[in-house]
Write a protein that binds this ligand. Structure first.
Ligand code: ATP
Length: 440
């Protein structure tokens, strides 16, 4: 017999069906037993009249909640039942896997939600909560839409290696590993390799893949491994072309998520998902610093030319007031706080043609036009104190005809945090990796 999803039961009234799921609640009464069964699509009440089968009744009585069950029964209309006015009259029960009691915690007890760290230990139970399931349904739709937009715009998908022979951009935040008789490193970004696609004539590439950062910080927005959304496009005139693409791409994906999950998001998280208006405001770093000063926010002195998270939030408030947009591009960053491969402004050598995208007060992407002129690039690398021998393979990309190009890197989980208004990145990732967490 084929399985029927609980969400589809209204199309099977008066029919015999097979449903499969988890026992969320058991109401074991004198005459009747009610099992509330859950699958990915919803909840249904299953009723069993005790005297009809005492042996089965006794079996049901022993079941712990969250046991995995297969149930065969007849779907009947019953207006008294709150769950969709439907009920399944139990005929057969197969216990696929019993849940031990007590459970480490009850994922359905909204009054007593343990700390996020405790829930991470039991992530598979935590993920059974419908709000959490929704995060990954949204992620699936989001990623699908982002890819769709890339493909509609002639991008090619690449998969670059995550094991690297030399510490590329800078030595910081690199995981080192034994690689036979020498050292190797886990890629902290696909930056160099996606740029190689430009030298290879791919013209437009994207990659969705793992990124590793040996960052010992314990913030609510950093992980040691995350999924990066990266792209690179050729023949751009400046970073403006990259920003125009980025905002259209995001707007498209938000639209798709809103269409498919807007109501679920409202029900689970209590807000209406707004599709952002484009163009996103652009504000230069210089203007941002002035605006922050005027608003009474002093950047910490050690952050010369850079923004701290408090600054990002304060600036987001200012932009929201002025432009009513949760998204904005912070542009024209000083060279001191940008990597050597960011192109500089032709009329101001101290500034880069780069941007950060801030959404809901959080940095979610960094992008730029890249320097594609070999001699200039070499000079900028030397100025940053980089040893050329380690990056010569990269510099070589620019020796035999490489078009002007630009792109960005974005963290998938940061985007989800913003989209679903979640405060901690640990909630938005399937399995979190941080300095203290390697399991499960
Ligand atoms: P931050 O200043 O927040 O540490 P970053 O400037 O180091 O970020 P980039 O190197 O520019 O970040 O990486 C591009 C994007 O990748 C970021 O905008 C962010 O969305 C994401 N990202 C970077 N580091 C992390 C991390 N440790 N965990 C999760 N996402 C990250």
């Amino acid at each position: 017999m084929q399985r029927t999803y609980i969400g589809d039961l209204s199309n099977h009234i008066d029919q015999e069906v097979k449903v499969q799921g988890w026992l969320q609640i058991l109401r074991d009464q004198k005459k009747m037993q009610f099992l509330i069964l859950r699958d990915r699509t919803g909840l249904v009440q299953v009723a069993h009249y005790r005297p009809a089968n005492e042996e089965l009744a006794n079996q049901i009585s022993t079941l712990g909640t969250e046991s995995a069950l297969t149930i065969i029964g007849k779907v009947v209309k019953n207006d008294v039942v709150k769950l969709g006015g439907l009920e399944i009259q139990l005929q057969e029960l197969k216990i696929e896997n019993t849940a031990e009691t007590p459970m480490p915690y009850d994922p359905f007890d909204d009054e007593n939600v343990p700390s996020v760290d405790f829930r991470m230990d039991w992530r598979y139970l935590d993920l059974r909560r419908p709000q959490n399931l929704l995060i990954f349904e949204v992620q699936t739709t989001l990623e699908h839409a982002l890819r769709e937009f890339w493909l509609q715009n002639d991008f090619m998908e690449i998969h670059s290696p995550k094991i690297m022979g030399s510490p590329s951009e800078s030595g910081a935040e690199l995981f080192q590993l034994e690689y036979f008789d020498r050292k190797a490193y886990l890629a902290q970004s696909p930056q160099f390799y996606k740029q190689m696609g430009m030298a290879a004539g791919f013209e437009r590439v994207f990659e969705v893949g793992p990124v590793f950062r040996a960052d010992p910080s314990f913030t609510s927005r950093h992980m040691t491994e995350f999924t990066g959304l990266d792209m690179e496009m050729s023949w751009v005139d400046s970073h403006e072309d990259v920003m125009v693409f980025t905002e259209r791409w995001l707007q498209y994906a938000y639209q798709r998520v809103q269409e498919k999950h807007g109501e679920q998001i409202k029900a689970a998280y209590g807000f209406d998902l707004q599709v952002p208006a484009i163009p996103f405001p652009r504000i230069s770093m210089a203007d941002a610093v002035t605006a922050l000063k005027e608003a009474g926010y002093e950047l910490p002195p050690e952050k010369k030319g850079d923004l701290d998270p408090g600054g990002e939030r304060a600036l987001a408030e200012y932009i929201k007031k002025k432009y009513s947009n949760d998204f904005f591009f912070l542009i024209d960053w000083p060279i001191q706080v940008r990597p050597f491969y960011h192109m500089r402004h032709p009329d101001n050598e101290t500034l880069t043609r780069s941007f950060d995208l801030i959404a809901g007060g959080l940095e979610i992407a960094t992008g730029a036009q890249r320097e594609h002129r070999y001699e200039v690039l070499k000079k900028q690398a030397l100025e940053k104190g980089l040893g050329l021998e380690n990056i010569q393979f990269y510099l070589d990309f620019f020796r035999f005809g490489c078009p002007p190009h630009g792109g960005f890197g974005m963290g998938l989980s940061r985007l989800l945090m913003v989209l679903l208004q979640l405060q901690n990145i640990r909630e938005t990732v399937y399995l979190f990796r941080g300095p203290n967490r390697l399991n499960p």
